[in-house]
Write a protein that binds this ligand. Structure first.
Ligand code: A2P
Length: 295
């Protein structure tokens, strides 16, 4: 079982969630069922991943009660705007097969159309007020995006999900989240983004990093477990993804050991300042055209 984190509205979520970014729709139900049977109780998906239906199916197949699983999903930018985002909730809830979504977040800011981002967030606030979602938040928001949002928002986001692994630790974004009471949630927490195909040939996998491997060997743990433990001890939520049953289990087995302060500092020192994923200020305008199908 994962240790729980408490959000700024007192809702709790398991620190380690199971991520399904890039999990093919037809494999998602089995992967989610495996994860839940392994002990995960938090699943992170997104409307744009096109696999919310599989997540819902996996939850039902697990036999767990709805309130035993924390479901998080994201509104895609093509659904930003007040009415559009209210409808985006309906689409996601129907695909997941649930009445209530535990955590609904904006997938990324739209820096060139920030008014629509604000309106989308206003819809999240309405969904929260109406009890359709238990918590709301954002993703890929840099400190200046949070500042801009808070000029009009009345509810502080519970979560900001950002790229975060030892090669890209975003200390300024983490500090901005913490100072506002926003939980930092790490996407690509074990650095998958550092070795995914298509992200450039000069990348070095953080899983193969000698410092990470050295700490892992000393503690008789795997590199992935070392990174996930680093997130937990620094108070972050992390959502590793894997479709391999033994790695799914490995990534949850991180609650029976401790990293020393020196080890945490060695991991922090690996930061390169270089992001693996897209810059949130340079959103490719074509992504706005990717429509999220009706339920
Ligand atoms: P696979 O699905 O074959 O396990 P991230 O969550 O940081 O983006 O990383 C996801 C990537 O890391 C996927 O390619 C996944 O592949 C791989 N992965 C997940 N867990 C582990 C692990 N424990 N050890 C090694 N690779 C892993």
């Amino acid at each position: 079982m994962s240790d729980a984190l408490t959000l700024n509205n007192q809702v709790t979520l398991p620190a380690i969630g199971y991520g399904v970014f890039q999990t093919p729709p037809e494999q998602t139900a089995t992967a989610v069922e495996t994860a839940l049977k392994t002990g995960y109780r938090h699943i992170d998906t997104a409307a744009a991943y096109n696999n919310e239906r599989g997540v819902g199916e996996g939850v039902r197949r697990s036999g767990l009660d709805r309130d035993e699983v924390f479901l998080e999903t994201k509104v895609w930018v093509s659904d930003y705007g007040y009415d559009q985002t209210l409808h985006a909730f309906d689409k996601s809830a129907a695909k997941l097969g649930v009445e209530t979504i535990d955590l609904l977040i904006l997938h990324q800011p739209m820096p060139q159309h920030f008014e629509r981002t604000r309106e989308a967030y206003r819809a999240l606030e309405k969904l929260l007020e109406d009890g359709r979602v238990r918590a709301i938040g954002v993703s890929n928001f840099m400190p200046h995006h949070l500042d801009a949002l808070m000029q009009s928002a009345t509810v502080v986001p519970a979560v900001n999900q950002i790229e975060l692994h030892p090669y890209f630790t975003q200390p300024a974004a983490q500090a901005a989240n913490t100072s506002r009471g926003v939980l930092t949630q790490a996407w690509s927490p074990i650095g998958g983004i550092t070795f995914y195909p298509g992200y450039g040939d000069d990348r070095k996998s953080v899983l193969a990093d000698s410092t990470v491997q050295d700490i892992a060997a000393t503690l008789d743990k795997t590199p992935a477990q070392i990174m996930l433990r680093w997130h937990i001890q620094q108070g972050r939520s992390a959502i590793p993804k894997s479709t391999n049953p033994s790695r799914i289990a490995e990534n949850l087995a991180v609650f029976d050991f401790q990293l020393s302060d020196a080890d945490l500092a060695r991991l922090d020192a690996l930061d390169t300042g270089r992001r693996g994923g897209p810059d949130p200020d340079e959103t490719d305008p074509s992504t706005r055209d990717i429509a999220v199908p009706e339920a």
